[in-house]
Write a protein that binds this ligand. Structure first.
Ligand code: OFO
Length: 168
């Protein structure tokens, strides 16, 4: 059973996860439009992971007997100056999500809601992994700089990483 405070906090996270799905879908569409098909595949895989995160929170709130609420989701940005800016935004976004998960974890712990603490444990590990992966891509793009030939190869490499994220 969730307290009203924890129910609200978890519903806020449901909204964040849905925003994450839309953000990565929009980033994937922008990359496709630029001909960056490897990056688009990677970001589509990220969006699928985010949908899994949404489902986990949504199901958990329902399983406790509380009401899961789907709030209005703000539109994500739809264009970026270049591919580096896309992955910079993605990394900053994941760092914000990590802070949100940590705040949830702290609130659950302070309430003595150990079922929710245990539920959130998976997400603390997942956030570590997501930040690591996005930092890897961000660093690769920073290293190649503005070299268009390098960009072609790095896009292919980013596409291969999509296979590693699929279903994770
Ligand atoms: Fe990217 O971890 Fe969920 O939001």
């Amino acid at each position: 059973m969730l307290s009203p405070v924890m129910t609200n906090l978890l519903n806020e996270q449901i909204a964040r996860e849905l925003y994450s799905v839309n953000l990565y879908r929009q980033m994937a569409a922008w990359c496709d439009h630029q001909g960056l098909i490897g990056s688009a595949a990677f970001l589509d895989a990220q969006a699928r992971d985010e949908d899994d995160h949404f489902q986990r929170f949504y199901r958990y709130v329902r399983e406790t007997g509380s009401l899961a609420v789907i709030a209005a989701i703000p539109a994500p940005p739809s264009s970026w100056p270049d591919i580096r800016a896309v992955f910079q935004d993605a990394l900053v976004h994941e760092q914000q999500i990590t802070r949100a998960i940590n705040a949830l974890y702290k609130a659950a712990f302070e309430e003595g809601d150990f079922a929710t603490v245990s539920f959130l444990q998976w997400f603390t590990t997942e956030q570590h992994e997501e930040e690591r992966l996005l930092r890897t891509v961000h660093d690769k793009l920073r290293i190649i700089g503005a070299d268009p030939k390098g960009l072609y190869w790095i896009d292919k490499e980013i596409g291969k990483l999509a296979e590693r994220t699929a279903g994770s």
